[in-house]
Design a protein around this ligand. Structure first.
Ligand SMILES: Cc1cc2nc3c(=O)[nH]c(=O)nc-3n(C[C@H](O)[C@H](O)[C@H](O)COP(=O)(O)O)c2cc1C
Length: 339
């Protein structure tokens, strides 16, 4: 009973040796990290967040210079330049796209599939998962509240029961809170086609993150990674999990200012929601590129507290796989004793 065999559906879908995805991380998942993950037998995903369609094509060329293995392009459906990004990326023939943000419109899925591109997307609940399958997605990702970055409100444990256990039509990858091979073994036994990790891969030399920020993450506990909340429905705030700092408090102030402007009709709802997105993208850049621990957005999942080292991507993947296989063999031994 080996991890690779249990998750064959996942590796076949991704075209990789291992069913391990490094989820896209804005400002972090660049050509270095994506190619390192794919070269190590996993599946790297490029974060397109704020990048123009033209520049995304340049980045895809960069990745292809660094690896000949499959990788994905992550596109955020709520980005103001989403359509331009999608059009350009599809012209450059990616093997896979990953839609994030709100669930993608059927026409976006169709557009990608017409080009022969495999489509993955996040499913927040069972109803959405079924709709996405009807709309033609090829695989789903379920990501629990424990995850780093923008999060939904439901935990990984509940999503497993709600979605993983009820979907057979397409491969389902599980994300949110995964940092060890031990838990991966149980997810594989539950029927996951693979796993997606973010926080674990941030703590690698290949992730181009300011050293101060990496060291800060290493010292953080699981409880330090908390979730921001929206103060007014009109702002459309998608909660974000970050390590608490002054920037976190700044976010509440930004929201109050935007609500006041909305009340006075100085801005539209669309402008307000765009400002919220811009806030996070800017604050994340400060943390990742400038090492600003006070005002940067230190996005990380709860599992930051159980990661104690900075490890090369190849070692992260190799250790995950061997720990998973070891746990699977222990489970087999335990089962034999019970019979
Ligand atoms: C700093 C950071 C930025 C992220 N940015 C994105 C993004 O741009 N697009 C996306 O789909 N997911 C994004 N995510 C989510 C990750 O791809 C991944 O699903 C998540 O980190 C998994 O949970 P974990 O951190 O507990 O491993 C981000 C996560 C982090 C920590």
């Amino acid at each position: 009973m080996k991890f690779e065999n249990l998750c064959r559906r996942g590796t076949d879908f991704l075209g990789t040796r291992y069913p391990i995805i490094c989820g896209a991380m804005s400002w972090i998942s660049d050509s270095d990290l994506v190619s390192a993950v794919s070269n190590a037998g996993g599946f790297g995903v490029f974060a397109s967040a704020h990048i123009s369609g033209k520049d995304l094509v340049v980045q895809m060329d960069e990745i292809r210079k660094k690896t000949n293995k499959p990788f994905g392009m992550n596109l955020i459906t709520i980005s103001p330049i989403f359509q331009e990004q999608l059009d350009s990326v599809l012209e450059a023939s990616p093997s896979h796209v990953v839609f994030a943000g709100r669930i993608p419109m059927a026409k976006s899925i169709e557009q990608a599939k017409k080009k022969g591109v495999k489509v993955m997307t996040f499913a927040p609940n069972l109803k959405a998962a079924q709709k996405l399958i009807n709309d033609g997605v090829d695989a789903l990702i379920i990501e629990g509240h424990e995850a780093g970055g923008h999060v939904g409100s439901v935990s990984t444990l509940v999503l497993l029961q709600e979605i993983l256990f009820n979907i057979q039509e397409v491969p389902v990858f599980v994300a949110g809170g995964i940092a060890t091979g031990k838990i991966t073994a149980y997810l594989a036994l539950m029927g996951a086609s693979g796993i997606q990790l973010g926080t674990r891969f941030m703590l690698s030399p290949e992730a181009n993150i300011h050293e101060k920020t990496k060291q800060y993450f290493l010292k953080s506990d699981s409880k330090d990674a908390i979730v921001s909340f929206g103060i007014d429905r009109r702002l459309g705030v998608v909660p974000v999990r970050t390590i608490k700092n002054k920037g976190f408090e700044e976010f509440t102030k930004t929201q109050i200012e935007l609500v006041q402007k909305l009340e006075k009709e100085e801005i539209t709802r669309k402008e307000a929601t765009d400002e919220i997105e811009k806030f996070w993208i800017g604050a994340l850049r400060k943390a990742v590129k400038e090492g600003d621990l006070e005002y940067g957005s230190l996005m990380a999942g709860n599992c930051v507290g159980i990661i104690h080292d900075i490890k090369p991507v190849q070692a992260i993947i190799d250790d995950l796989v061997s720990e998973t296989d070891l746990e699977l063999s222990k489970i087999k031994d335990r089962a034999k004793k019970i019979q």
